[in-house]
Design a protein around this ligand. Sequence first.
Ligand code: AKG
Ligand code: MN
Length: 206
Amino acid sequence: MSEFAANKALELRGMQVLKGLLDRDAQERMVEELRHVIRAAPLFSPVTQSGKIMSVRMTSAGRFGWISDRNGYRYSETHPDGMPWPEMPPLVSRVWDTVSGCARTPECCLINFYGESARMGMHQDIDEVDFSAPVVSISLGDDALFRVGNEARGGRTESIWLTSGDVVVMGGASRRLFHGVDRVKHGSSTLLPRAGRINVTLRVVT
Ligand SMILES: O=C(O)CCC(=O)C(=O)O
Ligand SMILES: [Mn+2]
């Protein structure tokens, strides 16, 4: 039997939403793994090419991390402070193995931290080469209103609240859909001692 079991599986425009795939114990163990990553590769505030500071703080594990600065956004084999990224955390890898349906191993574990009033604008994940590999997204901590749109910007959208332990698999045609996080309900979860939300996304990059 798998160590993970969803309470409920929903579908949102082709994305698979596995509600409560991680139980509280697995969530706590994953937070502990992520603390080790953050200790070695501290969270930083990415800046867009135009100089705007993003409200979400980030770091990564695995071969590649996603960074953004005045030179634009890109995958990088080093943290902005110069060191290589820490190794992919094992529990995070096991979530990928359980839900991705993909034989390749993820090369980037992006860790997003949403404090009070942080959000993420509508965007596509299209900086990767192999779109046959899905993006797997794990939610920990405070509830987030996740919005999914279309293959082109604009048009009708649908939203869903993601809660701690939920996992979203963006595969097939849904891999290219615009998506974002409109808001986070600060303090809605007791997982993190000072509230906030962590989102982990796993991607094959090359
Ligand atoms: O925080 C989320 O749920 C989504 C994050 C996301 O879309 C990304 O990091 O590309
Ligand atoms: Mn994304």
